[in-house]
Design a protein around this ligand. Structure first.
Ligand code: SF4
Length: 272
């Protein structure tokens, strides 16, 4: 077991944590105090823009391996204040370990958020109300063909939004503020006005308090996908804002090449 610094920038520090069986997962320290951890080696969802899942799912992490990422980065002299399970893997595909991890972090007074592609929906339904400090659901599309292409083994948009429409009215205002949707803008994939309008219509039907993160894409070496230019990104933001949707833009730590959606690696023992 070991940790090594892969890359550092003004905003982020990216670490490779080598596990006892020789496989490796990556963790990113955002802004010096928030650690993004991995929950699986690889991922079964198969999003084509994502380096983390490019080799499929190799195995889930154990609770000890998730905690190891915290402890290894802490041992490098970084005092952690928050954790997000948004690295390699789909957290809702490893739910028992996720729940135990959240419990341990709670005892350590570390708030935990997570990012999920939404499935299985029965677990999403359980997890939206808690126990977490924030849940971001990756949507990335407004129409079913684009969703099926970008999030191939996630739930369809119709079933995902139907679940959200059922759960959201049951949430308190405080819990609703912990929920966000994510739309990662990828050139030539989901960047048309029609696609963002279709997404916007679905979000509008959920009510005015649901937040959307519109993310800038960071290219990864495992695929050909590219970000849109600043002008296009701004136009898509404006289009959602004009509908009354609450949109948050990518912060600098996410725009940084060693941060952002789908950039972390999970490597099997043979390549580690
Ligand atoms: S984006 Fe998330 S859900 Fe999709 S393959 Fe990558 S790690 Fe899995």
């Amino acid at each position: 077991v070991s940790v090594s610094l892969v890359e550092a920038s003004a905003w982020n520090r990216r670490f490779a944590v080598r596990l006892a069986d020789g496989s490796t997962v990556e963790s990113v320290l955002y802004r010096g105090n928030t650690l993004c951890v991995s929950c699986q080696v690889g991922c079964a969802v198969g999003c084509p823009f994502c380096a983390s899942g490019s080799k499929g799912l190799l195995r889930p992490l154990t609770l000890e391996e998730m905690l190891l990422q915290l402890d290894q980065v802490h041992s490098q002299g970084h005092a952690l204040e928050r954790v997000t399970v948004s690295g390699v893997g789909e957290p809702l595909h490893n739910p028992a370990v996720l729940r135990a991890f959240v419990e341990v972090c709670k005892r350590r007074r570390l708030p935990v958020s997570l990012t999920t592609s939404g499935g299985p929906l029965v677990r999403l339904r359980e997890w939206i109300p808690g126990p977490h400090n924030g849940i971001t659901i990756s949507v990335h599309a407004g129409t079913e063909p684009v969703r099926a292409r970008l999030v191939p083994r996630g739930p369809s948009l119709d079933t995902l939004f139907a679940t959200l429409a059922e759960v959201i009215p049951t949430l308190t205002g405080r819990r609703l503020r912990k929920l966000a949707l994510a739309y990662l803008v990828i050139a030539g994939e989901n960047d048309t006005g029609a696609e963002i309008d279709a997404f916007g219509e679905r979000v509008q039907r959920l009510g005015p308090d649901v937040r959307t993160h519109l993310y800038i894409y960071n290219p990864v070496p495992t695929g050909p996908h590219r970000p849109v230019d600043d002008e296009r990104y701004q136009a898509l933001c404006d289009r959602l804002v004009e509908r009354g949707i609450r949109v948050a833009r990518s912060c600098q730590a996410r725009v940084d090449p060693n941060g952002g959606c789908g950039t972390l690696l999970g490597l099997p023992a043979t390549s580690a």
